[in-house]
Design a protein around this ligand. Structure first.
Ligand code: SF4
Length: 283
């Protein structure tokens, strides 16, 4: 998807000396509500940056929403919505799914669940979101002397996700939706009040932080994508078997996805999405 291209090399979006100010756009409820608030002048931000971890990795429904609704809305309202990708030295785009499936890869960049349900260490958010946005801001003149302001779409009901990471010296993280006292449940009202439909859940379709109801949704409404996730889980475990390692899972139930995601009612006691800290994903 290239309809929201980054500025060409050398083109500055902010006047020299003015620190870049942007919103980390995750494609979900909070980011879209922020876009609407900005269109009304209730959020003093005119530039939103979406770090796309890959057209083969993001929730396909999120990418469709972005193309059909968010980008045209931003354009109509004089806002910039810029899409950035992780690129290799030769300029080619690297996607998260591509890295996961790379032949001979020994490490797993996503927070797969161990046998006790705990997520393993991940590098996906740092490599495919935080550094991608950071690099874009540095190209726009951000530095320790001129730090960029990056707004993160965390709402008051998810306050525990804020401040879990100190910003790099070239950026300062702010949480404007917290300042406005907004809850995640306020977002649909804000979004629909601008005539926009409510966006689908944002996150990678294979993210181990997804809730069982979200997996169940996928199984019911996009069985092909669900099968792809099952195959991905199996591929990761096939590799780990060869290395003599324990299996890992895409849910916290220590069993294959196909077994733990019901085809009927959701499992009881299942909390919602968003165990991902930091607010770079699921916003
Ligand atoms: S949504 Fe999940 S898998 Fe995707 S980048 Fe965020 S933490 Fe990683």
């Amino acid at each position: 998807m290239h309809d929201i291209a980054p500025p060409p090399d050398g083109v500055r979006l902010w006047p020299p000396g003015e620190p870049p100010t942007t919103f980390s756009f995750g494609g979900g409820w909070q980011s879209t509500a922020a876009l609407v608030l900005a269109s009304r002048g209730e959020l003093p931000i005119d530039t939103f940056v979406f770090a796309n971890v890959g057209d083969d990795s993001e929730n396909p429904a999120t990418l469709a929403y972005l193309r059909e609704h968010a980008v045209p809305f931003a354009r109509r309202n004089g806002l910039r919505l810029i899409e950035l990708h992780r690129t290799r030295r030769d300029g080619s785009v690297e996607t998260l799914y591509g890295r996961l499936m790379r032949e001979g890869s020994r490490s797993i960049p996503i927070p797969v669940r161990m046998s006790n349900g705990a997520p393993g260490t991940r590098s996906c958010t740092a490599d495919f979101k935080i550094r991608v946005i950071g690099r874009g801001l540095k190209l726009q003149g951000a530095g320790p002397e001129n730090p960029a302001t990056v707004a993160i779409g965390i709402t008051v009901d998810e306050i525990h996700r804020a401040n879990s990471r100190r910003g790099d010296p070239h950026e300062r993280l702010v949480y404007p939706l917290l300042d406005l006292g907004l809850r995640r449940s306020d977002c649909p009202r804000i979004i629909t009040s601008a005539g926009l439909p409510v966006p689908p859940r944002s996150a990678c379709w294979f993210c181990p932080f997804r809730s069982v109801p979200a997996w169940q949704d996928t199984r019911r409404n996009d069985p092909e994508l669900f099968e792809r996730a099952c195959r991905l889980e199996a591929t990761l475990n096939q590799r780990r078997r060869l290395l003599g390692r324990d299996p890992v899972w895409l849910t916290r139930f220590n069993a294959p996805l196909r077994q733990v995601v019901p085809t009927d009612d959701p499992l009881p006691l299942e909390e919602g999405d968003g165990s991902c800290d930091g607010g770079w994903c699921f916003t």
